[in-house]
Write a protein that binds this ligand. Structure first.
Ligand code: ZN
Length: 235
């Protein structure tokens, strides 16, 4: 079994009627519900308002792949919890960061760059698969059309990725490294750009398949995660 924790800030869906209509159970609820259809996935959810954001040492010890979506509360996120997540990734936990979670404390700590990018509301995207032999691209068409999506454009200040699996094109002519993999310590990371909260992106079957593939890709190999000791080392 691959043990997955889907973490969401869960703020916009509660604050805005138009977003709640799209995601009545929250973005985490939507993502958890399609992941649960996979027989070998064990899925839990956690949100910002829970004690320690729901990402306690015990929860992370029992998580093979953590999926995060965040936006409005990035600065309020606990430094202690961000450090804890980083430590677990370094010891083998997979991490999938969605959309605006590029700017989370967790991603900034793990990747070490500013993570800044260009953005514009209310655009459309053509998401091109540019590494068709990559495991995350399995069963994914050459191009996915997203009639409504926020524009994210280069320059995206990330370290050089291991692989760029998807490139986004937007109507203003901007392009973006929309699906990138990184390795940190024993952990694998996938950053995936689509998923602005005002549009039903995570209901689209191809997008769901990419996230399912990414879970399998980022999951620790064999028994690696269970055997791995996750200790805090003083430097
Ligand atoms: Zn957005």
């Amino acid at each position: 079994m691959i043990r997955i924790t889907v973490w969401n800030e869960y703020k916009h869906e509660r604050e805005y009627e138009n977003i709640r209509k799209i995601y009545p159970d929250g973005i985490h609820g939507c993502i958890a519900s399609f992941l649960k259809n996979e027989e070998d996935f064990e899925v839990k959810t956690a949100t910002f308002d829970m004690p320690e954001h729901g990402l306690t040492e015990d929860v992370l010890q029992e998580t093979d792949v953590l999926i995060i979506w965040s936006h409005a509360l990035q600065n309020e996120f606990s430094d202690t919890v961000a450090e804890r997540v980083q430590r677990h990734v370094l010891s083998g936990m997979g991490l999938i960061a969605l959309h605006s979670a590029h700017f989370s404390k967790i991603m900034k700590r793990l990747l070490g760059t500013s993570m800044t990018l260009k953005w514009r509301h209310g655009d459309k995207e053509k998401l091109w698969c540019i590494s068709p032999s990559h495991p995350i691209a399995k069963g994914i068409p050459e191009m996915i059309e997203l009639p409504q999506e926020e524009m994210y454009g280069e320059f995206f200040d990330i370290p050089k990725p291991d692989d760029v699996v998807f490139t986004g094109w937007f109507s203003g002519g901007e392009v973006f490294r929309s699906g990138c993999t990184f390795s940190r310590g024993m952990g694998k990371i996938f950053y995936f750009q689509p998923g602005h909260e005002e549009y039903p992106i995570y209901f689209k079957s191809e997008i769901q398949q990419i996230i399912i593939n990414a879970v399998r890709f980022c999951a620790p190999l064999g028994e690696g995660r269970k055997k791995m000791k996750c200790e805090k080392v003083e430097i």
